[in-house]
Write a protein that binds this ligand. Sequence first.
Ligand SMILES: [Zn+2]
Length: 112
Amino acid sequence: MNKEELKKIEEKLIEEKKLIEANLKRFESELDFGDDTDHMEEEADEIEETANFLSVKENQDKRLEQIETALERIKNGTYGICTECGGAIEKEILAVDPESLLCKKCKASKRK
Ligand SMILES: [Zn+2]
């Protein structure tokens, strides 16, 4: 992979990271319900919404972590190298999954 390609991936990852962070912030501010919890129904709604938020947040946090790892790997020059076999990760894999730590072969064998 050449520098140009790497740079593009890095920019894409940073862009995605910003998006996720903005999303999380928005979620958190929407979760600010106020005090009118007199009605049971509303309370139930809020509980559901909170649970929803937490699962989304967990997902996004995980995603953020993967992006951080990928950015770290770009920095230290190990990006695009399979953590399992040490071979190069195919470009087609990185195109759809830029955070991937595994090459095609290792990905397939992990799925079994
Ligand atoms: Zn591999």
